[in-house]
Design a binder for this molecule. Structure first.
Ligand code: UD1
Ligand code: UDP
Length: 347
């Protein structure tokens, strides 16, 4: 039996790993052990996704959260190392670009355990983002670089990373397709917040660059308030804390708690437009063919802009619309597990 350890800790990582865990469960020859770093810990930021997406129970929850980047990464590194020494896996899998990703990458690299990075190669080329540091460093110690897009493959090439690079499609698209049938029958979110199809917009904001400056966050809230449609605003706990601490004005915005995946997918799919700084939500806007405005000065998901379904809030116009082929057809997770098996020499 081969063993992989998967490191997850933040909301988008639970969602991404759900598809890959499902693909592992279909194999008899690979055991997956989940390690939850504890980075996200509220029920509506963590447990709800495990329940809704049938993610196996993590064997370890390290309970590390609420610190500075260095503090969290350091504590996670120390704890993950202990788990890896105990479990002695054949590979470690990391997802995306959070502090949990970097800690997992460093712990495995120093123990010389091969690393597979899902969502490798994304770049904003903005080193002020903690995520950009996490991406670059994680990619450069990874053995398998599992890229969602062609742009990601090209970014790695520019940094001289060409070995172990595979373009596999987008695991979030796998999850969106898996849940597409289930979500409308399980969610009554539109009724519960009393909105009608295509008569409202959705906004999500949580990035450090948008929440660490009160002036920037206030400017974003003003911008959202002036949009034509009613804005439904599921509030990330980080953003809620800043708004409450500084008593920022939420008038004119319909604020709700963070939603589970099923409610969120129904809310997004039926929206007239989407305003976000989330990486995942930008792509989901495209999956549901809802026009998106990205509240950032750049995006890693450049194909959403090129396809005309997304634009930066500083730009006025969308480019002409076309489809994006690179996200695949819902089989990115199977491709990933097959590449991992091949790398571990499982035939
Ligand atoms: C993290 C990731 C970001 C990702 C986002 C997804 C890093 C550097 N950032 O940002 O890339 O886009 O997750 O949502 O890893 N909090 C709670 N309850 C929770 C989780 C967070 O109250 O369940 C509050 C805490 O005050 C915490 C703060 O939010 O200190 C920030 O959480 P953290 O995980 O450090 O960063 P995110 O902004 O969530
Ligand atoms: N999401 C959710 N409920 C919410 C907000 C977001 O289920 O209230 C989902 C969203 O649909 C997407 C993922 O969380 O699948 C994106 O995560 P997030 O925005 O926290 O992080 P990012 O993608 O920016 O790293």
């Amino acid at each position: 039996m081969y063993k992989v350890v998967t490191i997850i800790g933040a909301r988008p990582q639970f969602i991404k790993s759900a598809a890959v865990s499902k693909a592992f469960l279909e194999r008899q020859d690979i055991e997956e052990i989940l390690v939850h770093t504890g980075q996200h810990y509220d029920k509506d930021m963590s447990d709800i996704f495990f329940n809704e997406l049938n993610i196996p129970e993590p064997k370890y929850n390290l309970g590390i959260n609420q610190g500075t980047h260095g503090e969290m990464t350091g504590k996670m590194l120390e704890s993950i190392e202990k788990v890896l020494v105990k479990e002695s896996p054949n590979m470690v899998i990391i997802y995306g670009d959070t502090d949990s990703t970097l800690a997992g990458a460093l712990a495995a690299a120093k123990l010389m355990i091969p690393i597979a990075h899902v969502e490798a190669g994304l770049r904003s080329y903005n080193r002020n983002m903690p995520e950009e540091i996490n991406r670059v460093l994680s990619d450069h110690v990874s053995n398998l670089l599992l890229c969602p897009t062609n742009a990601a493959v090209k970014n790695l090439e520019k940094e001289g990373v060409v070995n172990g690079v595979h373009q596999v499609g987008d695991v979030m698209y796998d999850v969106a397709l898996l849940m597409k049938k289930l979500a409308p029958s399980k969610s009554n979110i539109l009724e519960s917040i009393a909105v009608s199809r295509k008569q409202y917009a959705v906004a999500t904001i949580h990035r450090q660059e948008n929440t660490s400056s009160i002036d920037t966050l206030a400017k974003i809230l003003d911008y959202l308030r002036t949009q034509k449609h009613q804005i439904i605003f599921p509030l990330h706990p980080r953003t809620r804390k800043v708004i409450e601490t500084h008593n920022l004005n939420l008038d004119g915005l319909t604020v709700i708690n963070p939603l589970g995946y099923l409610d969120m997918s129904v809310l997004l799919a039926n929206a007239q437009s989407i305003y976000t700084d989330s990486g995942g939500v930008q792509k989901e806007a495209y999956f549901y063919r809802v026009p998106c405005v990205t509240i950032r000065s750049e995006t890693e998901w450049v194909e959403t802009i090129d396809s005309g379904w997304n634009r930066l809030w500083v730009d006025d116009e969308y480019l002409p619309r076309k489809d994006i082929s690179e996200y695949g057809s819902g089989d990115a997770a199977n491709a990933i597990v097959n590449i991992l098996a091949e790398h571990m020499n499982i035939h």
